[in-house]
Design a protein around this ligand. Sequence first.
Ligand code: SAM
Ligand code: SF4
Length: 617
Amino acid sequence: MPAPSPPQVYIETFGCQMNELDSELVSGALRSMGYSFTADASAASVVLYNTCSVRDHAEQKVRSRLGEMALRKKEEPGLVVGVLGCMAERDGVDMLKRFPVVDILCGPGELDKLPAMVDNAVRTSGAHGGEEEFQRGVRGGRGEIQSEMGRGTVVAAGSPAAGGIPNPVSLYSSAPSASSALKLSAPKQVALQGNASRRSATLAAAADSLEMLDLSRSVSPTDHNGSAYVRITRGCNKFCTYCVVPHTRGAEVHRPPEHIIDECKRLADAGVVEVTLLGQTVNHYRFEHASAVTVGGVVQPQKGRSFTGGHTRDPFAGAQVTTFADLLKRIHDEVPGILRLRFVTSYPRDFGDDVLEVIRDSPRICRYLHVPAQTGSDRMLTAMNRGYSISEYLEFIDRARAILHQPEINRPLTIAGDIIAGFCGETEADHLATADLLRRARYKNCFIFKYSPRPGTTAYDRLPDDVPEDVKRRRVNELLALQQTISDEISREHIGQTLGVFVSGLSARATKAAKRKERANAAAGVTLTISGRDPVHAEGTDASNACTIDASHVFDDGSESLEPHGPGVQLTGRTDGDLIVVFDCPSGMSPDDLIGRVVPVRVVDANQLTMSGVVVR
Ligand code: SAM
Ligand code: SF4
């Protein structure tokens, strides 16, 4: 009898880069256990949603997906549905009452347990014809987990077992604990952090099994497009009054520098050339070696010391400490295969000149800063508990530009921001102050959000959400229109510059054309390979993005464009400053020759979203 195929998993990710990385890590762990993945939810027997709670809109999408899954589960009772990430942590076990379709709830601080939870849910769900058949369908290592785990299932938020204990035997209890009143019809798998992450540094360090998820990251040379995220800090200690993140992702924790550098080396060895370091307040990174804790031979992540602010250099710098500036320099110097090193998101206060100087002196660190101000009004900054004033914010922007903005050597600095419009008590004067900030900060782009009250935050509990919906919407639209004008001006400033572009793939236009051609070929029984030697002719191309140079050309500065392949094979990539550039693949090269590489592109046209250019020698 042929072996049954392994269970197919579908994972959908909502929200930020941190969630994208979490999904990648848990997918890698599940793959190593024999699970395979599908991009088609309807073909999967395990459906996982990695959720975001930052705004209600993101949660609504997940609720609607769960509604669809509830209908499907009536037909397929063996279907396993999991909610991972911030929404699981924020809603807690209440979600199981409101959405009985959910089998697995796993908070962002407990994701190392997810593979075992999925495994257990699949075995107990009745899918795949029962346990025996299931074991034959999956390769390697699983019998061990199954025999350890048994079939007990509920761990409630805040229970001792939910605090990050690595052994699955301890994690799963056979009797529902705090949620015994739920009368669950099927075994549910729950791992939530509760408020356990804000325990003392020593206790938390001893129990930090989440680090193992990052440490066991599987890196394959064929699994990436040249770009990867690496987490350096988790959680957040800032408690901005509107924000759910400190409640869902827990305390700020810093990974040991050796773990980060080793991960970067492994990624570079697998062909990754662009690494983005991730953290909610990434520039707070600091690892104090003198107080490092080692468990089972592994140095543990460390709780962040609070920043007092107001310094221009990390006051704790020294031989026993790896500061953020030290970490950037070490990755830059020790992993030369990474041609692009960037980081998000920075907290505007506490950004020292030490970091700016390392960026200036390191050719492979991108001159791009994402430093959200959130508002242009001091009154609103206080209500948001942001801990700085607008004049301090602008002082930082000016300092960063003075040190890093060098267009004369083709190394301009670009800055991106975030704004929340319509926060509690925001007046028209506050709104106008935010518009002034946009004009003064001149972001290359800015994410502008309508304030969304989030249960559990200080603003939700204490500040009335008193800006009417239509006023919020109008303010967002006004700020967006203003930002579009500024983005357009900034893009145009790059016309005539030759910038290194990290090529990420076919442009949206070329992808659409390739799909059209694929459909036409499929109808004619032909298989398409996407390659520069197999030009994709773009019908109905977007003329505003098309390159205006159609033959080899020598510019005033002596640089010479390479003859483009043809208008259909258009590639896209990003500059060091994170600006999007599209250009035609040069003649004699295929997209595969360029994707994942940094190539020199001369910018010949631009609009607010995209620049277009030609590859030069
Ligand atoms: N840690 C980053 C920082 O402090 O800038 C940002 C992380 S947060 C997940 C991403 C962005 O979401 C924030 O910069 C803020 O603009 C926005 N945001 C957070 N909470 C929000 C809320 N309740 N309503 C609207 N936007 C919100
Ligand atoms: Fe949220 Fe503020 Fe922390 Fe950013 S710094 S994650 S906005 S609490």
